[in-house]
Design a protein around this ligand. Structure first.
Ligand SMILES: Nc1nc2c(c(=O)[nH]1)N[C@H]1C(S)=C(S)[C@@H](COP(=O)(O)O)O[C@H]1N2
Ligand SMILES: [Mo]
Length: 407
């Protein structure tokens, strides 16, 4: 089975180039100018939507809004517990949050990888054995703006700072449970979940429903069909009535407003694993590298350009997380990265969530300071000083400079 992600990607890329994958012909994809000089339009700000594309309130002290998307302000996590509260969890919508009637909603499973098609209503899912997982959902483009502000590189896409991530407690049914009920074929290779939000149209091209294939191995490992978030029914903006939660992988894998899942004995593709969510740039092969797992990151629960009083004791707080597993160590620098000191863990790190930490600091002299936090995960992966450039600015894992003023 294709559990190893780079093997998976190489295999799929080969099959796709050879015309063996279904879902989008290679020619269509090339016409959309993929795998090469990419030009991805940022969602236009404030057009075409009579109503707001996001249902929940987006007060400026909690969110920064970019068109159909809103990122959490890190200072809004200060004083909060381990989980990101729903009222401040970031939202990434390709179009708008749809209004779905749970009484007529159903999830349809079909495809050559199943013995028979199957359909589950909301109450059918609720009646199946449930499981919970604490996991972050993070946009692959989280931190993208730092490619430009720290590395001087132009990239396309929403210019997120570090707030396109949140950790929640998700409850639902394992994808493996319903695949087993539908009769999963031993020859099934890919699973393609599809959302019920409007078709995504960009640059005059309709790319259809938001959807992205997953290898069966990951689908069976730890993927959840979630109907609860932090103990409450999934809110509309986060996928009501049911979304996928694909722990540790880029947010696009966690399809919201789930409507159908195709299961196939032949590899599947969609624009979201061919045109988007590939690393394309000098450090990568010509066809690009698929993004799957997130990288290591850290953030301070402080506004950028925070003002701190000189001569007083402050406690700098923050959180670090990684798609490779739990965080083992966090170091902080208050002198622009010259000297590093261990931060103190607060509570436990979890495998798919983050680690909270703190660092006491008594700055003596007034002036401009640059804070840095650098995490290391269970695999030994540590945040680098520079992230390899890619045209769409995914996976910015480098240490982020956080300017503050001591006054
Ligand atoms: N159906 C659907 N699912 C989707 C999206 C979308 O626009 N439509 N956006 C994806 C992306 S890019 C991300 S980062 C996450 C964001 O999840 P959130 O809005 O609950 O934070 O949802 C993913 N699932
Ligand atoms: Mo995303």
């Amino acid at each position: 089975m294709l559990t190893d992600e780079s093997t998976y990607d190489q295999t799929r890329a080969r099959q796709w180039q050879a015309g063996e994958a279904r879902g989008l012909s290679r020619r269509t994809v090339m016409r959309l100018s993929v795998l090469g000089g990419l030009s991805m339009a940022v969602a236009p700000v404030g057009t075409a939507h009579a109503a707001s594309p996001i249902v929940k309130p987006l007060p400026p002290e909690l969110f920064e809004v970019y068109g159909t998307n809103a990122e959490t302000k890190w200072e809004a996590l200060s004083g909060q517990g381990y989980l990101t509260p729903i009222d401040r969890f970031f939202v990434r919508n390709h179009t708008s949050t749809p209004d779905i009637d749970v009484n007529t909603w159903s999830l349809k499973l079909f495809g050559t990888g199943l013995r028979r098609p199957a359909e589950f209503g909301y109450h059918d899912l609720r009646a199946l054995p449930s499981e919970s997982v604490t996991a972050f959902i993070e946009c692959a483009g989280n931190g993208r703006s730092f490619y430009t502000s720290q590395q001087g590189q132009q990239v396309s896409g929403t210019p997120w700072k570090l707030g396109a991530v949140g950790v929640a407690r998700w409850r639902g049914v394992r994808l493996s449970t319903i695949l087993a009920r539908a009769g999963l074929s031993k020859r099934a290779v890919d699973v393609l979940p599809s959302g019920l939000d409007a078709d995504y149209v960009t640059g005059g091209v309709n790319l259809g429903k938001v959807r992205r294939p997953l290898p069966v191995a990951k689908a069976l490992e730890d993927v959840l069909l979630a109907y609860e978030m932090n103990g409450r029914p999934l809110p509309p903006d986060h996928g009501f009535p049911v979304r996928l939660v694909v722990p540790s992988w880029v947010g696009i894998a966690s399809i919201k407003w789930l409507g159908s899942i195709e299961v196939s004995e032949t590899p599947l593709v969609s624009p979201w694993n061919t045109q988007y969510y590939r690393l394309v740039g000098p450090a990568y092969p010509a066809e690009g590298t698929l993004v799957t797992r997130q990288v290591v990151k850290s953030a301070f629960e402080l506004p950028r350009d925070a003002v701190l009083a000189a001569g007083q004791r402050h406690v700098l707080r923050g959180r670090s997380w990684s798609g490779n597993g739990r965080i083992c160590k966090v170091d902080v620098s208050v002198d622009g990265g010259v000297t590093w000191h261990p931060a103190k863990p607060v509570g436990q790190a979890s495998e798919h969530g983050w680690l909270q930490w703190e660092f006491p600091w008594r700055p003596k002299a007034p002036g401009a300071y640059t804070l840095h936090a650098r995490a290391t995960d269970v695999t030994g992966a540590q945040q680098p000083v520079v992230s390899d450039y890619n045209t769409q600015g995914y996976l910015f894992g480098a240490i982020v400079s956080h300017p503050v003023t001591v006054g």
